[in-house]
Ligand binder design. Structure first.
Ligand SMILES: [Zn+2]
Length: 200
């Protein structure tokens, strides 16, 4: 399990809720000042810049369905936006994930398991995992996922990059899950060895 990272400067944090980053002093409520609007509800796919064709939209939707079938706890969301220059896409993604209204307590609980991927028209990408989701991968894995989706979008279409991201995310979480399983089983093997009775 990893720590969390400041959405403004990337500094490693010990906690997430009510944090103040010791490096840049960013707090969660700063993002509300940076973006003083009503955040839209978080949909699975929000193509605000109309960059996806109908068939591309469906391809992404199917890829997310396949991902969520494999990891039902997690949710994936993709948003395309056009932001004014010099706006931090990373803080925008953080704000959107946390300020979007939820219909009910189930949706609210799901927010912390949501992995939000944001693409801007300037070609920049940002990732905002909810705090339960973030803890499953370490910082290097999240960075690798981001770099891969950036590379994919440089080579191929936006839809191709997002579908590739869902696949990479699946692989990464699968590996993290196997590692956790391995650690738990070796710990329980150690414990049963320690609690075994004296040899006859
Ligand atoms: Zn910071």
């Amino acid at each position: 399990m990893s720590a969390c990272f400041c959405p403004a400067c990337g500094h490693r944090l010990d906690g997430f809720e009510d944090f103040q980053c010791p490096s840049c002093q960013f707090t969660g409520s700063d993002s509300l000042r940076w973006f003083p609007f009503q955040a839209p509800a978080l949909e699975r796919i929000s193509d605000h810049t109309h960059r996806l064709t109908r068939s591309e939209y469906q391809k992404i939707d199917s890829a997310i369905t396949a991902f969520e079938r494999k990891f039902p706890q997690f949710a994936l969301a993709f948003v395309s936006v056009d932001l004014p220059p010099n706006t931090s896409l990373r803080v925008f993604a953080f704000w959107l994930l946390n300020a979007s209204p939820c219909a009910d307590s189930h949706a609210e609980a799901r927010r912390s398991w949501t992995i939000l991927l944001v693409a801007s028209t300037s070609g920049e990408w940002a990732l905002a995992p909810g705090y339960s989701a973030e803890a499953w991968l370490d910082a290097r894995d999240w960075q690798t996922l981001l770099t891969r989706v950036e590379n994919l979008s440089n080579q191929k279409s936006l839809a191709h990059a997002v579908v590739g991201f869902t696949r990479d995310c699946r692989t990464c979480l699968q590996e993290a899950w196997l590692k956790t399983q391995k650690r738990l089983s070796s710990r329980s093997a150690r414990r049963s060895k320690n609690t075994a009775g004296p040899p006859p």
